[in-house]
Design a protein around this ligand. Structure first.
Ligand SMILES: [Zn+2]
Length: 175
């Protein structure tokens, strides 16, 4: 779905629900959502409780809106890279510390994306070298960089489909 407003627009891909619904049904959808890193009243413990005992890969859990709301495909790839976590690792093999650092990273990064309309995820010390995947987008560590060299270690970036979306990661930096 494309949403267009007076200050520009955005494309919504892979939404939780994309259908005409009543207000009551909207409440139902919202009630099923996990904590949203953009909302100060969110409780990350609600997400952690689902992740810590899950045998699903963390790369799938981050895309599950019941676990955590609003992360999306770019942030999934990029925060897992920044955290050094292999997206295939089971939720239950992610430590509490790792999860809360990941949450804090989303809380820091996502408002910047909302404010600028661009997802800035690359730390200043790595923001050079190979250009971004698109002219009008900031650089990414791994997102849409299949086969290109990792900005940190030089290993070719890998991709595969996970949860119906392309997942990108560095097999060396992410364990
Ligand atoms: Zn790497």
């Amino acid at each position: 779905m494309r949403i267009v407003g007076p200050r520009g627009g955005t494309d919504l891909r892979g939404p939780t629900a994309c259908e005409l619904v009543t207000e009551e049904q909207v409440d139902g959808v919202l009630a099923r959502l996990g904590p949203d890193p953009l909302r100060p009243d969110s409780d990350p413990d609600d997400a952690w409780r689902r992740i810590e005992r899950s045998r699903r890969p963390i790369g799938a859990l981050l895309m599950d809106q019941r676990v955590m709301a609003g992360v999306g495909n770019v942030y999934r790839a990029e925060v897992l890279f920044r955290a050094g976590i292999d997206p295939h690792r089971d939720g239950r093999d992610v430590s509490r510390d790792e999860f809360f650092r990941l949450w804090a990273d989303l809380v820091a990064l996502m408002p910047i994306g909302v404010e600028r309309g661009r997802m800035h995820v690359v730390r200043p010390e790595h923001d050079h070298g190979a250009p971004s995947y698109a002219e009008d987008r900031p650089r990414t560590y791994v997102y849409r960089r299949t086969g290109e060299h990792c900005r940190v270690c030089g290993t070719p970036v890998r991709t595969e489909v996970m949860e119906a979306r392309n997942l990108y990661w560095c097999p060396t930096c992410q364990r």
